[in-house]
Ligand binder design. Sequence first.
Ligand code: ZN
Length: 208
Amino acid sequence: MQQSQRARGTKAVTYDAALRGKHRAPLIAEGLVVFTPQHDGLTPQSLLRHKDGPCSHDLYVAEGRVCERRFIDGNETLYTPLPVEELECRDGKNSTRFYHRITIPCPTKTHQIRIRVDETDEDRQVDPKTKKQRFNRTEHLRQVPPSTPAGRRLKGFRQDSESVHSRFDQAYPHERVPAYGARGALLIYLGYAWLNNSITRALNALHS
Ligand SMILES: [Zn+2]
């Protein structure tokens, strides 16, 4: 967990893609900024149609953030990410609320809107048609969208053990540890940790 220097009092958690929206939702409600890489294979979700005078903007959620849907050549769909001016944090009744303050660039006027990025009571209601939760907001909409400079920076704060686990898998053919049974696996884990610590120690001695 990191304490931010520039936004005092803000606590951020970074983890890997195993943490999904349903896991992030209660942490966000507690007032934490939760960062994990975005899961592959999510399809764009319809969010709302923003109407203002003669304007109508179709807003969708793609790549973890609010996008405007546009059609090119009449059939190709394009999701243009909208600039997030600020991640706002406010105390709600029972939980902390987070918003993206978004601008919609437009020739008529620059629209400004706020979109909740924590799970709302409405999101949790069950849709009678699909029998599923209405909107899995914290799965699709991210406090810090991963493909942004802030997202890439937060990714670097993941526990180092995660990359060690990954290197451990990659060290063996087919990314599988050649061990049968728990005792055999434990022996290989300990051997790997021993080797890893020895290399770290040797490198440290070289540089100090
Ligand atoms: Zn407009």
